[in-house]
Design a protein around this ligand. Structure first.
Ligand SMILES: Cc1cc2nc3c(=O)[nH]c(=O)nc-3n(C[C@H](O)[C@H](O)[C@H](O)COP(=O)(O)O)c2cc1C
Length: 230
């Protein structure tokens, strides 16, 4: 099937569903206007076994230019915090039911999207490449890694409850960071299982990034996790 055919089919599918259905990576070809991206069902077979993934889990700060296919991105997000029990809406990572959880924003070359786990869709937030705001490497580029903007995908973990009057500041931050930890470790393990490379960072341009993402005052970016191929 030719590339032109693929694009025509893509346009047809978008018009029919109101969503962008992609078969490849998150290509800049479609960057001009951001539309919702319908994610695929997670791929539940394949990948390396859990014990092998635990053995291989590590942080890596070098990324190739290879894009992440939609199937892989869909499965990564599902592994991180997708709905694994649809009848009760619960997730692959534990959640504190009375306080809500961590949201994942996905930053790509095209812009920033919000992962709507229940609908399995990425909703557009801002059509700007913010990846260079989403972290600094320590040690700096050249020693252990390249510029952070090179990773095709940055997952930005956001707590949406900072100003909740029912919680002390201490409890609020404790919830935010513990819930982030569960999710980012799920993502680490999926990456190890699938041959992807990843690193989390809490050293990022937080105020600048939060502004670019148009976060509300109750929202708080806890960690950024870059994902790509070696
Ligand atoms: C909460 C947290 C914050 C981190 N922040 C950064 C960071 O800002 N920049 C960075 O390059 N690495 C960061 N890292 C990655 C650590 O440097 C890395 O996990 C550590 O070197 C251990 O390596 P490993 O993940 O391969 O076991 C962070 C890790 C954690 C757990």
């Amino acid at each position: 099937m030719s590339k032109e055919m693929n694009r025509r089919e893509f346009m047809k599918a978008s018009a029919a569903t109101g969503a962008v259905l992609m078969t490849g990576g998150l290509s800049p070809a479609f960057a001009q206007e951001l539309k919702p991206i319908q994610l695929l069902a997670p791929q539940l077979d394949g990948g390396r076994p859990l014990m092998q993934a635990l053995k291989d889990r590590r942080s890596t700060r070098w990324y190739s230019k290879k894009e992440i296919p939609l199937q892989v991105l869909s499965t990564l997000l599902w592994a991180a915090v997708g709905v694994n029990r649809p009848h009760i809406g619960l997730r692959t990572a534990p959640q504190r039911l009375s306080s809500g959880g961590i949201d994942i924003y996905v930053a790509t070359a095209d812009g920033v999207f919000f992962y709507e786990a229940k609908e399995n869709v990425l909703n557009p937030v801002v059509a700007e490449d913010v990846r260079n705001f989403s972290g600094q490497q320590y040690p700096p580029p050249g020693m252990y890694g390249g510029p952070v903007g090179e990773a095709p995908v940055n997952l930005i973990y956001v707590w949406d409850g900072l100003k909740n009057p029912r919680y002390s500041d201490e409890l609020n931050l404790c919830l935010a960071f513990s819930l982030t930890g569960f999710i980012s470790q799920n993502a680490y393990l999926y990456c190890a299982s699938e041959g992807l490379v990843t690193v989390v960072r809490n050293w990022f341009a937080k105020p600048a990034l939060e502004k670019k993402m148009k976060l509300r005052p109750e929202q708080y970016a806890t960690l950024v996790q870059s994902v790509g191929y070696p």
